[in-house]
Every structure is written in C-alpha cells, then in structure tokens.
Write a protein that binds this ligand. Sequence first.
Ligand SMILES: Nc1nc2c(c(=O)[nH]1)N[C@H]1C(S)=C(S)[C@@H](COP(=O)(O)OP(=O)(O)OC[C@H]3O[C@@H](n4cnc5c(=O)[nH]c(N)nc54)[C@H](O)[C@@H]3O)O[C@H]1N2
Ligand SMILES: Nc1nc2c(c(=O)[nH]1)N[C@H]1C(S)=C(S)[C@@H](COP(=O)(O)OP(=O)(O)OC[C@H]3O[C@@H](n4cnc5c(=O)[nH]c(N)nc54)[C@H](O)[C@@H]3O)O[C@H]1N2
Ligand code: SF4
Ligand SMILES: [Mo]
Length: 758
Amino acid sequence: MGTARVEETGSGAAADATGGTTVHHRTCHLCEAMCGLEIQVREGRVHKIKPNRDDVWSKGHICPKGTTLGALQEDPDRLRTPMIRTGDTWREATWDEAFAECERVMRPVLEEHGPEALTAFFGNPLAHNVALARYVGILVAMAKIHHIYSSGTVDQWPKNVSSLLMYGGMWTIPVPDLRRTEDLFVVMGANPQASQGSLLACPDIMGEIKRIRRGGGKVVVIDPRRTGTADAADEWLPIVPGTDAALLMAVVHVLFADDLVDLGPSAALIAGTDTLRELAADWTPESVAGACRIPAARIRELAHQIAAARSAVVYGRIGLCNQEFGTLASWLVDVVNILTGHFDTPGGLMFPKPVNWSVATLTQHSKAADGAPFGRWHSRVRQAPEVLGQVPASCLAEEIDTEGEGRIRALVTIAGNPAVSAPGAARLRDALPKLDAMVSIDNWINETTRHANVILPGAGPLETPHFDDLMWNFAVGSAGKWSEPVLPPADPDRPAEWQIVLRLAGILAGQKWDEVDVAALDDMWFGALVGLCGLDPAEVLPQYESGGPERIIDLSIRTGPWGDRYGRVEGGMTLSDFKAAPNGIDLGPMEPRVAEILHTESGFVELAPAYITADLPRLRAHVDRAADPSGLLLVSRRHLRSKNSWLHNVPALVGGTNKCTLLVHPDDAARAGLTDGEAAEVASQEGSIQVAVQITDEMMPGVVSMPHGWGHDEPGTRMATARAHAGVNSNVLAPGTFVDPVSGNAAVNGIPVTVTPV
Ligand SMILES: Nc1nc2c(c(=O)[nH]1)N[C@H]1C(S)=C(S)[C@@H](COP(=O)(O)OP(=O)(O)OC[C@H]3O[C@@H](n4cnc5c(=O)[nH]c(N)nc54)[C@H](O)[C@@H]3O)O[C@H]1N2
Ligand SMILES: Nc1nc2c(c(=O)[nH]1)N[C@H]1C(S)=C(S)[C@@H](COP(=O)(O)OP(=O)(O)OC[C@H]3O[C@@H](n4cnc5c(=O)[nH]c(N)nc54)[C@H](O)[C@@H]3O)O[C@H]1N2
Ligand code: SF4
Ligand SMILES: [Mo]
C-alpha cells in the first residue's frame, strides 16, 4: 500500500538491476507541517525525494529538510545496534546483551533506593514518532516513576496551562484557521518561515501570508528580530523580549475603553468579561509603551485594527511561551481573539477536530479531574511547584547533583537531548556523569546519550510506518495519512521501538530482562486504552491478530469522531480506509465547536482564570522597572535547515546560511567594539561562551539572537558532520532558575547578557 510502480525513462531504469524504481508516498515526520513526500527508491536506496502534489493535506508543499530523509536513513553515525559503554569506550552489543545490561545497571539502584531515584526525560521527536508517544505511558506507570521531565517545559507548557484553565483541557488548544483568514494576521514570537508552524499545523504558512496580502489583507509580525516572516509581512513591530503580555494587556484595555469588545457568536459561552475589564483598567498603552518600546498610538491602532477586521487572527508561539511571562502572554493571545469575536469562527482561532486521538489528549480530562493540577508537590532542591505534573526541565541537573534523600540516581532518556536543549546546560552536562545508571532510547551518540550506560536505537526513519496523532490536534483541517515503511527492515531481528519501550518498562518494573512478556504487556496497555474509550477489551481485543502501534492507531480512529466504533456506526472509518488512500483522506476544514470541546467546571470559556491573572502584579512591577537601556537581552531563533539539535549530522542541512552566530544590531556592535565575523564572548549570570558575531539591522537595538541546538564539540559524541559544524550551545547562558513561575516553563528568551570582543 502506498507503493506504485512507475515507468522510468532514460538510462536510470536500464541500470537498475531490480528492474525499476518504486515510488512511495510518505508523510514527513520532522515537523508539524506533515508534508506529503514522494520517495523514489532504487536498488534498496532512496534515489530522490520530491513533494507529493497529490497529498490531500500538503498539496506539494515541502521544505529542504524533507528531501534529506534518505541521508538521515543512511547516516553512517546513526546507530544500527545497541551500544554499551564501559568508561569512555563504546561497544556494539546484541539486543540480549543490551537488555541484560539495562537490568544490570538499573536493578541495584531501584532495589536500594526505590522508584523515586529514577526519572525519565522525554524529548520532542517522541511526539512525531509512530510508537514512542503511544507507548511511554506504560513505561512511566510500570516503572512507577514519580516525576518525569520533558522538553514540554522548554516549549508550550504556558499554553497547556492557559488552555486547561480556559477550556478545560491542557491539549484543547485553539489554532488560527489560517487558510481562511483574510483581513489581518498578527504573528507574535513565531517565525514560520523557518519553523513551518507550531501549535499550528498548516502546510505552507508563507503561502497563506502571501494570499492574505494579495487579497488586500494585512500581516503584522511582532518580534525583536525582523525574521523571514517579518520580511514577507506588511509590518514588523519590534518589541522588547518578555513584554508581549504588557502589550496585549494594553490592547485589552483599549478594546474595553474604546468600546470595541464584540464576543461574536460564542458570547453566551464566555465568562469573566467583567473581571477582565476591571483588571485591564489601568493597563493604558501609555503605561506599557516604554517597556515594550512600541508607541502608545501604535498599540491603540493595533487594538482598533484587530477589532475592525472582519476576518482576523492573532497567533503567538515559542517567543511568547519561552519567556518570563509565558503564561500571561499565551493566555492573552486567546483573550484578544475572543474579545474581538475572532474565536470559534472561520478565519479566526478555532478548535481542530483530529480524526484520531493521541494518548495525551485521551487522558487529559481524567488528569484535570483529580483536583487543581498545580502545586500538588514541589521539587526537592529548589522547591519548584509542580504544574500539570512537571517541574522545569532545568530542575533535572540539581536533582541529580544535589546530595540527600530523594536524589535522582537513574535516568531514562527517550528521544531527548536535554544536555543541549535545557537551560543551565553546563550544569546538566556535569551532573549526568554522577548518575548510577542511565539508559537512552535514541539513534545517535550525542551530547546527552554519551553519558548513558546503554543506548537502545530504534529502526531507521524509513523502515517504520508513520501516522501522526498529536500534530493533528493543531491542524487547520481534519485529515489522516498512513505511511507504510519505505524500506524493509535492515535487521529483521531488531525489536521495533515500541517493543524496546515495553521490554525496558518490564525491566524497570523489576522483571528479568529475558522474562518480560512484551506481547502480554502490549495487550494489557491496549486493553487499558480500550477501556478509556468506554469499550470492553474482551470484545475488542479478539478482533486483532497482532499488536503494536498499528492496533492503537486503528482503535484511535475507530473511536474518534469519524470512527465505526467497532461496527456501532455504519460507514464509520477504520485504519484500513487510510491504508487504501496513499495520498491521505481529507475530512474538511475546522468547524465551530467550542460548545462541544468545553470541559471547564463552570461549563463556560473562562476568560479570566484567577490562577493566571494573579500574575499580573508581577508583570506590572516588571513594566514599571524601566529596563536598563544599555543592557543587552538574548533571544533564541530557529533556522529552516535545523531541527532543534538533531539534524546537524546531515551534510546537506549544515553550512551556508545555517550557521550558529550571534546576531547583533550595528549600533550595539559599534558600542561594544564588535567586528562582523569575529568571535565575541557572551556572558550571562549562568555562564559564558564564545561565538561568531553577525552584524545585522534585522535585530532591534538592545537585543541579540542565537539559534539553539548547537554545541556539538563535546568529547565522546559520535556525529562527525555535526562536530565539523559544531557551533555553540546557547543554553549554557540560560539560567535554570529563569522561568515563567506560573507554568514552570523555561525563559530562554530575554536573558540579560554582556557581549565583548575576544
Ligand atoms: N535556548 C533555547 N532552547 C530551547 C528552545 C529554544 O527556542 N531556545 N526550544 C525548546 C523546544 S521548543 C524544544 S521542543 C526542545 C527540544 O528538546 P529535545 O527534544 O531535548 O531536543 P532535540 O534536539 O529535539 O533532541 C531530540 C533527540 O531525539 C533523538 N531522536 C530523533 N529521532 C528519534 C527517533 O525516532 N527515536 C528516538 N528514540 N530518538 C530520536 C535525537 O537523536 C536527539 O537525541 O528544545 C528546547 N530548547
Ligand atoms: N526548521 C525548524 N523548524 C522547527 C524547529 C527547528 O528547530 N527548526 N523546531 C520545532 C519546534 S520544537 C518548535 S517548538 C517550533 C517553534 O516554532 P516558532 O515558534 O515559529 O519558533 P522560532 O522560529 O524559534 O520563532 C520564535 C520567534 O520568537 C522571537 N522571540 C523571542 N523572544 C521573543 C519575545 O519575547 N517576544 C516576541 N514577540 N518574540 C520573541 C524570536 O526572535 C523568533 O523570531 O518550531 C518547530 N519547527
Ligand atoms: S516543512 Fe519540511 S520538515 Fe516539516 S514536514 Fe514539511 S518537509 Fe518535513
Ligand atoms: Mo518545541
């Protein structure tokens, strides 16, 4: 399925011993855009990757990363066998040896110190992987891990908090209905030109921006940097990092003061408008203009623009989350859309309707129901309150390196590289060797996994099937796309990634490595998921001959909004429908559905949740403390050809414009005596690094920018291309304690730094 024979023209086919080229349709798993690829395979190797113009979702959109999946598959440094470390030496191991070693290193720690000495760190690719996100839940449960860590707290945790409190589900996140926005698109702290969208799955966002402008609409980008997105917009509004919430409070103030509030069709479902009016009373544009460095008149005009636009949406992303006032800013983006009626209506902010659930969304309401999911426990060392079950990722280092009862002694990382991606990176780098045991499920020996005792690699990216789940939760339309493996397994004896997770789960639960009954655990987990869907496992289980993620995907489709509920809904869908449609199945654009998704206790959209608004005095104090005009603030950025830290080993993706540099405005460079192309020392309260300076007026004065995900020259890693393009780890500068206290999310933007020539 998904594979068709094509007629070849020219000499290529003649030279092909297998008699031709096979063409495979596959969804790229690298980012939220979920582009359809056409992958040509010859003699068992990827010959060419092109956009699939017939893909119902992406219709031919693609970015340079998508064409490199063949190189990723063939990367000589990608691990093909498990690795066991002794001292500084790695050796290739059999799977039996590797699982035995997992048991050997983990068992004594767990027996002596109990499960509280164990934790896990889950990284971003987990959410794009066919197996991992569907199976880690059972690992956490079986290992009785008390507290996990994840890249979520260096990402979207503020949006999870605001969505839970406003709509009743941490993954009930409304997204811009961008394909139908016509008059105004306001982009804050996001650069889809590079990122291709986040908490906004929409192929070709830049194409939508062009469309809006061609039709006479306006696009405004609010960002300390004139990004590629800003270059394509009508207006770039530079803003001081960390002051977006102040700007938006002033917008809210104007909406009320100038009588512009119009809740639109969902008015009857919205609570808290009066509270908000009172809270916004003293947030005049004049009171924030200095801190934001945006003229009061422009703020006023912006509020009027948003209110007057018929079809408009305000969108905020990582620049608004990964900052000191992340929750306030993320909440206010929704508030402004709601107050202006650009909510639950085409072209505005809307709630996606995925064809299949993800384990995260399936369980979100049961979690929310067990009381306030904030502050139920505190971290041991810095006493950080738990928020939605997690404390800041930066706590991990101190929980490992601080002696005492409850110290973390054993770690499992799954598709994460916290030694690069988490703030306070140097401390974590020094802490990881202090662990008694560490196991990584990962495909490379990188800055994090080099510290593991055992690395358990999954199959190559093109050897596995693919079907997204969480990503459709952020999608501007409903659709589904099944991808068969493009290549046969290079090693048929290698366990699939879900089997790796289950065997490790058994080991962490105290079972002997060779006695773990993986199939039984799979059935148990599947049965639990069936139960969560309100069906009887005894009825559903016998309908399957085999398990694995495919069975879970089938369940998630059949119990989803279009599903057949195992024969209960006539004409309902199953996975087989998607298997029969190699270009995917389009189920249409978003539709108004706020009433259907609301899960708050009150039954209303909560416009002014007290837990969030209690943070406004802290914002006011920040705004009133006039920022030091001579100081520099560091922000992060992304490049089109990077994906966080892990694609720098693909030769076609490094070099050229993809360089790790410090962007500095000419005035700041002149003041500091910096020279373009030469190294500078950047120092923060947390640490210092040396990085090449790039002088450019795309930065606003007073703000400097570095990409994250670099610093590949650590000893003991095995990624040759990345090492040759090492760059510098910007998270060495990010203080671990610099967080948005409401969500516990990292503030890796707006870090005070000094820059001096070296
Ligand atoms: N300063 C700064 N820091 C940031 C950010 C920022 O903007 N600025 N952004 C933050 C954000 S949004 C995120 S999401 C995090 C990302 O943080 P992480 O998820 O920790 O970092 P990644 O670089 O995505 O690391 C991915 C890891 O997964 C492995 N991997 C890739 N594919 C697979 C697979 O199929 N299976 C397995 N088992 N492993 C795989 C890679 O080898 C790598 O080790 O970084 C955060 N850190
Ligand atoms: N090519 C590529 N694509 C990716 C990734 C990648 O690494 N590379 N990573 C993926 C991941 S994990 C994520 S989460 C998404 C993120 O997707 P985006 O949110 O689009 O991320 P960025 O491209 O980093 O854009 C963030 C912007 O915020 C700005 N900014 C920083 N601080 C502030 C502030 O205080 N206020 C305002 N208004 N702006 C600020 C920065 O200058 C930057 O332009 O991208 C995903 N897609
Ligand atoms: S935008 Fe690029 S990386 Fe993202 S899904 Fe499409 S091809 Fe893959
Ligand atoms: Mo992310």
